[in-house]
Each structure stands twice: as C-alpha cells, then as structure tokens.
Design a protein around this ligand. Structure first.
Ligand SMILES: Nc1ncnc2c1ncn2[C@@H]1O[C@H](COP(=O)(O)OP(=O)(O)OP(=O)(O)O)[C@@H](O)[C@H]1O
Ligand SMILES: [Mg+2]
Length: 313
C-alpha cells in the first residue's frame, strides 16, 4: 500500500494541478503528455450536480475538484446521499454534471455526445456495479468477453487466460451467473472490467452485496490489479475495512470533499467517521444499485458492458 505517488497527483482541488489540465473538446482532444497529466488518469474540476429545480433542488455534488492518480486504488467514502454514486456516474460518463468538467486521460467527458461517450466507455473506462450486472443467459467466459465483442475489438487470449487465472475462475468459465456464488459473479464482473485494459475502473460498492470472505477476494483482486498491472481504480465503499485496501481515501459529505487521506489504516478510517458530524457509514447502510436515485441512467443501459449498448454507436 505504499506506492509512491507524486504529491501533485494527490491534491484535491489544487489549482496548480487543475490549471495545467487542458480541457479539450472531444473531437480534438488527445492524450495529455505533460508529467502532471501522465500521473493523473481522471479529474473532476469544480463539478456540480443538481437534481430537480427550485425548492425541490438537491445538490448532489457541490463544486467538487479532485484528481485521481494513475496506478492507484482510491476509495470514496461518505454517508448515504453524500454524492458518491453521482460522482462515479459523472466521472464515467453515465450521468452529466450540471456544471464543471470531467476529464479522463485528458478527454473532456462532460461535453461528449452520446456516441462519443459510448466509445469512451468501451475504450477507456471500466465500471463495476454492486449488483454485478452480468448477462444471466451467458456463461462466465461469454460475459467477460462480451464488451470486447460488442466493440468488435480483438481478444487477447493470453491476457484473458491470465486475468481468469488471477481472479480464480479458470474452472468456472462455462457456468452461468446463477451457478456462481456472489463473490464469483463479482469476480467475473471484475475480469470483464479488466479485460479491455481500461485506463480507469470506477466501482460503485463492488463488495456491497458480498459476505466478508467474498469481499476479501474481490478487494484483493482489485488491489492486485493495481499493484501488478498498474490499473487505476476508484471504488465507492461504505466499509472501512474495504477502504483500508486503498492507497487513498476520499470522504464526501453533502456533495463536498471533507477528507483526503493518504494510505490510511483501518483505525484511521474509523476515527474519521467516529469523530465528526458525518453519519457513521456502515455496510448495513449500503443500498443496492437498484435503490440508487440516479436511476434515470440505468447502469445496464449506460455501461458499454451491457448487450443493450451494442446498437448505440
Ligand atoms: N435522479 C435523482 N433525482 C433526484 N435526486 C437524486 C437523484 N440521484 C441522486 N439524487 C440525490 O442526490 C444525492 C446524492 O445521491 P447519491 O446516489 O450520489 O448518493 P450516495 O453517496 O451514492 O448514497 P448511497 O451511499 O446511499 O449510495 C442524494 O440526496 C440523492 O437523493
Ligand atoms: Mg450510491
């Protein structure tokens, strides 16, 4: 957990970091090349998301600026309703911010058309949902390969074999989701996200539906994929134990970042939630993705991993 990350890559709302970003248009954007942008895989700049209007308006994100370092596992914590899912959905292009900018690898996600978003999600972004979102009629292997097949991208079978081996699914490849345990299903979803080698994986409570053993399996896999392959992962969790796997823990409350901890231990994470006015988040608070109020952008529809997405572009 002691990966050295340049200090600038960890700065929350740092103007020096923010102003070096080139918020380029989706049609002209290219990968950034400065040292700063190489170290940062995704970035939110002054992000605001408001639902509803007038008196009924809810500010889910309130001027959030945050950089996510490449090759790092970042955990996002905070009480229910603090804006965690909204942040993940805006970062992954599954939902549009009301104002502000989202950049993934220097590409301005927040102003992309649906078609551009679909392409971006297929090529650069992985998403892992609390509810797995596997296709029930397909085998584990078919589920893992589906996004690449939809995108008509070549399949690197060597990488597939490796990923399957790492997630421990080699003897379960012909099983359908209903024949797999929750932990195994989530590992299929993890393998699916990793298969396309996305620049960044966003995971919304990936262990929220799992028992402690399965949670551990999934968390160890996520952490190993960061350590071994330099995968960048941003993971929402209510569970301090899960967050302690992360290199960094960012805490949201009322749509704002209130804490940003570097490589904290379990006790340090617990202290944050015991000490101040944030509700103590527990696994028991954790809602299912189906409960998520961001239902207008259904994950199954929005994520490029779903077959319904096949005719999108
Ligand atoms: N589609 C929507 N319409 C109206 N309000 C919404 C919508 N989506 C989210 N909200 C509101 O925005 C706020 C943030 O919601 P969000 O789902 O991001 O919270 P969260 O931190 O993920 O919570 P949880 O831990 O319960 O999943 C909440 O007050 C929520 O009620
Ligand atoms: Mg949520």
């Amino acid at each position: 957990m002691s990966r050295a990350i340049p200090a600038h890559a960890r700065t929350t709302g740092s103007h020096s970091a923010v102003t070096t970003a080139e918020p380029s248009s989706p049609t002209t954007a290219t990968n950034s090349t400065s040292d700063d942008d190489d170290a940062i895989v995704a970035r939110a700049i002054d992000l605001t998301k408001t639902y509803g209007n007038a008196e009924a308006a809810v500010t889910a994100l309130d001027h959030v600026s945050v950089d996510f370092a490449r090759g790092q596992l970042t955990a996002i914590m905070g009480p229910s309703g603090s804006g965690k899912s909204t942040l993940m959905h805006c970062m992954a292009g599954l939902d549009r911010p009301s104002s502000g900018t989202v950049l993934v690898e220097g590409l301005e996600v927040s102003s992309m058309s649906q078609r551009q978003l679909t392409r971006l999600r297929r090529q650069r972004i992985g998403f892992i949902f609390q509810s797995f979102n596997l296709v029930p009629t397909l085998t584990a292997k078919e589920n893992i390969l589906l996004p690449l097949q939809i995108a008509r991208r070549p399949i690197d079978m060597e990488w597939f074999t490796h990923v399957v081996d790492v997630v421990g699914l080699a003897d379960r490849l012909d099983h359908r989701p209903s024949q797999l345990s929750g932990g195994q299903q989530q590992r299929v979803a993890c393998a699916r996200a990793l298969m396309s080698r996305p620049a960044v994986i966003f995971a919304d409570e990936p262990t929220g539906n799992l028992d402690s053993r399965s949670s551990r399996e999934v968390l160890e896999f996520l952490r190993d994929s960061v350590r071994q392959y330099g995968q960048s992962i941003v993971m929402v969790t209510h569970d301090p134990r899960a967050a302690s796997y992360a290199d960094r823990v960012v805490v949201l409350a009322d749509g704002r970042i209130i804490q940003d901890m570097d490589d904290p231990g379990y006790d340090q994470i617990l202290e944050v939630f015991a000490s101040d006015d944030t509700d103590s988040p527990t696994v028991a608070d954790s809602p299912t993705v189906a409960d998520s109020p961001t239902g207008t952008d259904s994950p199954a529809d929005a994520v490029s991993h779903a077959p319904t997405d096949g005719d999108r572009s």
